[in-house]
Design a protein around this ligand. Structure first.
Ligand code: PLP
Length: 407
């Protein structure tokens, strides 16, 4: 692998030129783009590809943005974000997850995506391994490769709710492991770890003191079937304080606050790592947009009640879609505990998710993402961030298609 050594703000970064040159663009965006093309040509496409809430940002967020536009000079901010945004992030970590971070333990970037990329770029050496449980968010493996690291994919089973088990984690860790990526609620699995399950994983990690953990909690506010017991979201750094010094906890406004295009994500973590990430950020795009930072501060500090109202809507959609999909004997489907995706597994002889997703789009007016994008080639991903009637019709199209295929 061709690796270039670059020095950014005193940091040596190894960038893998070969893997960047062979980068595939996101398969999710490719399907969404094709769906839009077909729709523009007049086809009645139902598009269940994108992980983008169909809600608007809360009104107080829009009001804060309007006010800032008319009253403030929107100049540069520090690379790690405006002090008032960092303060709001610290408060929300404390309020929502009982996690305490000092101001210099917070990084802000253009979305959680850039936060994760910055973290890897700032820490991965050529040949370092990054353990990723499959199903995984489609971007993780390519980001690791772009930083000259090697993704170690650990297939997880639907009968375990797609969770990484302590045994699988131990088998995947080695003296070359730099990071473990955890993502809950998971995209695309919808899995959520209980505090006890995280503690079991944490016990394994205690035997590997050099391993960093990235806890991608971007979907944490979007969870279903909450009971008094499960209401408080469990995240590794809070559940295992012994691991907090090597855990990066990631969040952002895209999903919970329906602010995908505003591009604000953040992380709390060890100061040495945060300062390296901020150095990378400062030589990249300097900072995320000042207006977006002001709006995100309002999102974090304003009323949060709308979240449970939206979760109730997502949950109704999930249940309506499951009702349809579960009539199909060729699909096995786990009910997600959070985020807004369904991941039906294709059973039987027609289990090639790529072929099925392409045929569905080209010939049956339904756009879904093939599971190969997430490390599960015998699956399809459907987003239920879509109005219920459209979603149900999409699921009916899928069930009728699979039924005919299997005749
Ligand atoms: N992490 C996961 C698991 C995601 O699904 C996404 C977006 O789809 C992101 C991170 C990035 O979110 P953003 O960059 O919009 O904050």
């Amino acid at each position: 692998m061709l690796v270039r050594l670059a020095t950014v703000a005193g940091l040596q970064l190894r960038v893998s030129l070969m893997s960047i040159a062979t980068f595939a663009s996101s398969p999710i965006l490719a399907m969404a783009r094709r769906a839009a093309e077909l729709r523009a040509s007049g086809r009645p496409i139902i598009d269940l590809t994108l992980g983008e809430p169909d809600f608007s940002p809360p009104e107080h967020v829009i009001a804060a943005a309007h006010e800032a536009l008319s009253k403030r000079r929107l100049g540069y901010t520090p690379a790690n974000g405006m002090p008032e945004l960092r303060k709001a992030i610290c408060e929300s970590f404390e309020r929502d997850y009982q996690l305490s971070y000092a101001d210099n333990q917070i990084a802000v970037a253009c979305g959680a995506k850039q936060i994760i990329f910055n973290a890897l770029l700032a820490s991965v050496e050529p040949g370092d391994e990054v353990v990723i449980a499959a199903p995984y968010w489609a971007s993780y493996p390519d980001m690791v490769r772009a930083c000259a690291g090697e993704p170690v994919i650990v297939p997880c089973q639907s009968q375990d709710g797609f969770r990484l088990t302590p045994g699988k984690l131990r088998a995947a860790l080695s003296h070359r492991t730099r990071w473990l990526m955890l993502n809950a609620p998971g995209n695309p699995s919808g899995l959520v770890y209980s505090a006890a399950q995280l503690r079991e994983l944490g016990e394994v990690l205690l035997d590997y003191p050099d391993v960093l953990v990235l806890s991608d909690d971007i979907y944490a506010p979007i969870r279903f079937d909450l009971t008094a017991h499960s209401e408080r979201f469990a995240t590794l750094a809070a559940v295992m304080p012994q691991l907090a010094a090597r855990t990066l906890t990631v969040g952002g406004v895209s999903k919970a606050y329906a602010m995908t295009g505003w591009r604000v994500g953040w992380a709390g973590g060890p100061q040495w790592l945060i300062s390296r990430m901020v150095a990378v950020q400062s030589q990249n795009c300097t900072q995320t947009a000042t207006l977006s930072q002001i709006a995100s501060t309002a999102a974090l500090l304003g009323p949060q009640e709308f979240l449970s109202a939206r979760n109730a809507i997502y949950q109704q959609r999930r249940d309506a879609a499951l009702k349809v999909l579960r009539t199909c004997p060729q699909l096995s489907i786990h009910s997600p505990d959070g985020a807004f995706y369904l991941l039906p597994i294709l059973k039987g002889k027609h289990s090639d998710g790529d072929a099925i997703a392409h045929d569905l789009l080209e010939n049956h007016d339904l756009a879904v993402v093939p599971g190969s994008a997430f490390g599960v080639p015998n699956a399809l991903r459907l987003s239920f961030a879509t109005e219920a009637s459209v979603l149900v019709e999409g699921c009916q199209r899928l069930v009728s298609y699979i039924g005919k295929l299997s005749q």
